[in-house]
Ligand binder design. Sequence first.
Ligand code: UT7
Length: 322
Amino acid sequence: RAVPERVVTNDDLSKLMDTTDEWIRQRTGIQQRHWAVEGDSATGFSLLATQRALAKAGMEASEIDAIVYATSTSDHFAPGNGVYLQKALGIGTVPALDIRTQCSGFVYGLSIADAYIKSGMYQTVLVVGSELQSTGMDVTDRGRNTSVIFADGAGVAIVQACDEAAGSEILAWDLHSEGEHAGLLWVDTPGSIYHPRNQAEHIAEGKGFLDMDGKEVFRHATTRMPESINAVLEKGGKRAEELALLIPHQANLRISEMVQKRLGLRDDQVYNNIQRYGNTTSATIPIALDEALEQGLLKRGDLLAITAFGSGFLWGSALIRY
Ligand code: UT7
């Protein structure tokens, strides 16, 4: 994982807009988050996270066969960040696939890596979730329901083919979309549907900022994530009590708590760190996974579930034997 150095507290935000530390903690669980400074980039965070992952795995960048890069906040409108990371890593002309499935980005990205590997197409796939949300936040009263939540950072995983004796495996997938709700959590502009794409009025009207109907998103998230985890448990022939760890997308601590309750999981079975990072969109799950591994919460052979829900709507889960 890699996050910007700058820490922004709830009190810092209350100086910019009509909000309080108490409201943010009570409604979201967030105490602080990391926000970029000039010169930082989502590609930069993903490069640092990849270098750290390679060091942990004792691998060289040249061993990576393909990059699957999830971000909803790419450095530029086009091309996506995958090619910039490929260049920064200096690893020849490996394929770089950008995916834009927002908060579900890491789950979808991992599913692509799994399919690449199981088909025999690639052996070692770098899966990235990286975001720089803060430059697109409306830090006025108008944007207070989103700007106190979203944050910056990256997490990556190097996914590699292994023989059965190693025991690690992705056991089951569950992936969904429901586009009729796209307007409940979106960034309207710039969009090619508009003639011309870039319009000064859109900027003035705030259409370039992330816009969310929090209550509706909350309602769907707390239904879809438990449903999806139950689906992978069933497909994998496992029960909730067998899970060593569930890492839910970190959108709101109250959402995670409700998901935990609906699945009947103990506190020690669910990992949350939104308190310190806020919602880093596609990066929340790999950042949390990295912390959980550092804390020794997962050992080889343990059952891990990851689940995400967000803009699209898109959601999904994976059941993993770590
Ligand atoms: O990662 C992608 C998925 N995203 C999510 O899953 C987010 C889901 N939604 C949420 O997390 C919550 O809905 C929020 C945290 C965004 C909002 O919490 P809520 O309990 O649903 O509050 P609300 O939107 O119903 O707003 C309650 C009040 C409103 O004031 P009135 O109308 O009651 O006077 C808001 O204007 O809270 C007000 N409010 C704020 N007050 C202080 C909204 N944002 C803030 C704020 N500080 N930052």
